[in-house]
Design a binder for this molecule. Structure first.
Ligand code: UD1
Length: 423
């Protein structure tokens, strides 16, 4: 298992370009299953989750070819409708194939994703609403088995779940008649998926609002298309906070700053010196003060940036209060940050962070994707050497991480202690 060794404290400089958003590309890849004509995706990020989703598509019969930065998907002949446990257990987003498979084949067997490091993460909203669209669903031997022709209907989500909105949206594209989905999630990745589907020939209205209206089309009406997903707003936020945590001047580019407006507002409220451009943000060294953060569905403060801002608040003067309202177990980074010198008290879904303590390097363990991102920020600010174990969590969501960090001035190397010991 790889580990990252970072010698700090780091001073970052120059600019870093974020990759296409993992959370946009994963549902878009599942959306490929709807299209009997070729789909060309530009600049897919080189991430473990993306490779896993491609492997899953291949198991379903999709032919994939790559030419420079364009990956072409031919889903004309789907030979299977089963997503096996072996793949789903490594990536929850495999559940995204359920909606498109039901739309195209009226049949799907997908392993239940189960819980994960950050909580139970049920999929009841996906399943009950697919039932309302005409699916008969049974849970057998750890699998969701669904069959039935998708038929347009009126759906109201009990909670604006990102994944459920995306799955139902894809199920509705080839459904008979009109589907209305109310109380949809508003995340930019959903808008991106809807734009991709419309470019494919889907008829979706209300994009970017809480009500999506989808007029079902025939498979034969879909067309060949090329698409590039939006820049990764969470990767961007991570580099933004890394710059502020290390008192650096850094430009982060390749994303839409409007997608992190709430984060930027909070950082400015804290005293951050930030210049916002059309597709970049530049941070200058700033004196920051404590803040109150409550995670919320978009456009609120994203849960996926909660761990990173916690690392930042440990390092500034003043105290902060950070509450997590989306997932029930998303403070796995707290004990690891404490190993570097953080003073954090957890009570229920809230944390009290005492700021102003210098971090000192130590061995730490990555526990989930965003918790690991917090450890990177902490390691950059820490004096001395921090070794981050289980880097595979980071490789799920941060493309080309070591090279990007090196290019902005970080002393970082990737090691595999098992290989070293076997030399
Ligand atoms: C997506 C993102 C993830 C992000 C999350 C919230 C992807 C691949 N992942 O995850 O990075 O942290 O949005 O912004 O895009 N819930 C239910 N029943 C359901 C579905 C969800 O109770 O059927 C609950 C979840 O347990 C959680 C909350 O709703 O507490 C939000 O989950 P959801 O918005 O669905 O997140 P994901 O799509 O899993």
């Amino acid at each position: 298992m790889d580990q990252l060794v970072i010698n700090g404290p780091s001073k970052l400089s120059g600019s870093v370009k974020v990759s296409s958003a993992k959370n946009a590309c994963l549902p878009i890849l599942a959306g490929v299953l709807l299209n009997p004509k070729p789909t060309h995706l530009k600049n897919l990020p080189d991430l473990r989750d993306i490779r896993t989703m491609c492997k899953l598509l291949e198991m379903l019969g999709v032919k994939i070819t790559k030419n420079d930065n364009i990956t072409t998907f031919d889903a004309s002949d789907l030979t299977s409708t089963e997503a096996t446990y072996e793949l789903v257990k490594t990536m929850r987003a495999s559940i995204f194939v359920l909606g498109p498979l039901m739309a195209r084949k009226s049949n799907a067997k997908v392993s239940l994703p189960g819980g994960c490091a950050i909580g139970a993460r049920p999929i009841d909203l996906h399943l009950t609403n697919l039932e309302k669209m005409g699916a008969t669903i049974t849970l057998e031997e750890g699998y969701v088995k669904a069959e039935g022709r998708m038929t347009g209907t009126h759906l109201v989500l009990a909670f604006p779940s990102v994944g459920a909105t995306e799955n139902l949206l894809m199920a509705a594209v080839l459904a008979d008649g009109k589907t209305t989905i109310e109380n949809c999630a508003l995340e930019p990745e959903i808008t991106d998926l809807a734009n991709f589907l419309n470019k494919m020939g889907a008829r979706i209205e209300g994009i970017g609002t809480k009500t999506l209206v989808i007029e079902g089309v025939m498979e034969s009406e879909l067309c060949e298309l090329e698409y590039e997903a939006i820049g990764d707003r969470i990767e961007a936020s991570t580099y933004v906070m890394a710059a502020l945590a290390t008192q650096s001047t850094l430009t982060v580019e390749g994303f839409n700053p409007e997608h992190i407006e709430f984060i930027t507002e909070k950082l400015i409220e804290m005293g951050a010196n930030i210049k916002v451009g059309p597709d970049y943000m530049t941070m200058e060294p700033s004196t920051l003060k404590g803040v109150k953060i409550d995670t919320a569905p978009y456009p609120g403060f994203p849960t996926d940036a909660q761990a990173q801002i916690m690392a930042l608040t440990c390092l500034i003067d003043g105290n902060s209060l950070i509450s997590e309202n989306i997932f029930e177990n998303r403070f796995m980074h707290v004990p690891e940050l404490k190993r570097l010198g953080a003073r954090i008290t957890v009570k229920g879904n809230s944390t009290f962070v005492e700021g102003g303590f210098q971090f000192t390097g130590a061995p730490v363990m990555a526990t989930d994707l965003r918790a690991s991102a917090a450890l990177i920020i902490a390691a950059l600010a820490a004096k001395g050497t921090t070794t981050i174990r289980r880097v595979y969590h980071l490789d799920r969501g941060y493309a080309d991480l070591d090279n990007k960090l090196r290019s902005i001035g970080v002393d970082v190397k990737r090691e595999n202690p098992e290989l070293e010991n076997n030399k």
